[in-house]
Design a protein around this ligand. Structure first.
Ligand SMILES: Cc1cc2nc3c(=O)[nH]c(=O)nc-3n(C[C@H](O)[C@H](O)[C@H](O)COP(=O)(O)OP(=O)(O)OC[C@H]3O[C@@H](n4cnc5c(N)ncnc54)[C@H](O)[C@@H]3O)c2cc1C
Length: 294
């Protein structure tokens, strides 16, 4: 199929882009096009106009400081994945990004575009929620910060308005006392996952766990985060606590089924992967403690 007819604009400043969006209800931002163009070709989306932001090169950045990583709207997945400082400040970013599609798509697709696209099967919306990050959305009326926890409201639906451009995503730094892990199951390498789970585990120097959070993609119809801390009750990692955490996750999730996997199968994958990633994130946190103590 071919897309329905649409107008096209390639503004050279952010203000111009915002003016075009404001003046053309039904217009859509075009970033890497890796999600939007297939939707146009299948006529699932029929915007009145595409506002191509690829000339706004000032939005092509990745910056880091002690507080976290800031990713501009035109930073491609591959640039973020390869950014050495970003990998140090928030290691979950690169570990998740190397699971996104394949290198060709990562060379063109933007991390911010993926966050706005709000696909519950995508890695970066879930990672943003798990890390309690935020986005900056700008319109002709001004700028606002949207915390990740209020960003996703339904399947492929976010609270970003049609007249807004998300200029930046912010991922907080990983505390020295924490570790992270990410695992997912896909039929073939590069496919969207049938289920993916990431965890952030915070532990004290004595090995006792103080907080465990896990994020789930492709399980529910929005990216979902579950606080599993109560299963550990400030103990060290034990098999019983891991089992309890997996049960707690199962009870908190409401998996959806589709032609790729039943709800029951997704729920079982989530249970198994929860144990694996919590264990791996705990192990990941221990050398970081040693670094602090050294
Ligand atoms: C074959 C294939 C496999 C894929 N597999 C995966 C996968 O395994 N995991 C995964 O996470 N993704 C996957 N993707 C999607 C890919 O990661 C896209 O890059 C990403 O989802 C969207 O980024 P984009 O820059 O291409 O956005 P676009 O396609 O340009 O836009 C996507 C949507 O976001 C909006 N948008 C984009 N940027 C902004 C902005 N700055 N402000 C406001 N609105 C904006 C657009 O209007 C549109 O609605 C796959 C894509 C393909 C084609």
């Amino acid at each position: 199929m071919k897309p329905a007819a649409f107008g096209f604009s390639r503004p050279t400043s952010l203000q111009q882009a915002l003016d075009v969006l404001f003046g053309n209800p039904g217009a859509k931002v075009l970033a890497g096009g890796q999600s939007l163009i297939p939707l146009l070709s299948m006529r699932i989306a029929s915007p009145s106009m595409l506002v191509d932001i690829n000339a706004l090169t000032e939005l092509s950045y990745v910056t880091c400081d002690d507080t976290g990583v800031r990713i501009g709207a035109l930073a491609r997945h591959a640039e973020v994945e390869a950014h050495a400082q970003a990998r140090r400040v928030q290691p979950l970013l690169s570990r998740a990004l190397r699971l996104v599609a394949n290198p060709t798509i990562r060379n063109r697709g933007t991390t911010v575009g993926s966050i706005v696209h709000a696909d519950a099967a995508a890695e970066m919306p879930m990672v943003l929620r798990l890390l309690q990050g935020s986005v900056t959305a700008v319109s002709v009326q001004g700028s606002r910060t949207i915390p990740a926890e209020s960003l996703y409201i339904g399947p492929m639906e976010s609270t970003v308005r049609d007249d807004e451009i998300v200029t930046e995503a912010f991922f907080p730094a990983l505390p020295r006392s924490a570790g992270v892990a990410f695992e997912q199951i896909a039929r073939r390498q590069g496919d969207y996952a049938l289920c993916g789970v990431a965890a952030v585990v915070d532990s004290g120097a004595d090995g006792r766990i103080t907080s465990v959070r896990a994020g789930y993609l492709s399980v529910c119809d929005v990216p979902t985060v579950v606080d599993l801390s109560e299963a550990f009750a400030a103990q060290e990692l034990t098999e019983q606590a891991l089992h309890d955490a997996a049960e707690l996750a199962s009870a908190s999730l409401d998996p959806t089924g589709d032609i790729h996997a039943s709800a029951a199968y997704r729920g079982e994958l989530a249970r198994v992967l929860t144990q694996r990633v919590v264990r791996a994130a705990y192990d990941d946190s221990r050398p970081r403690h040693v670094e602090v103590e050294a």
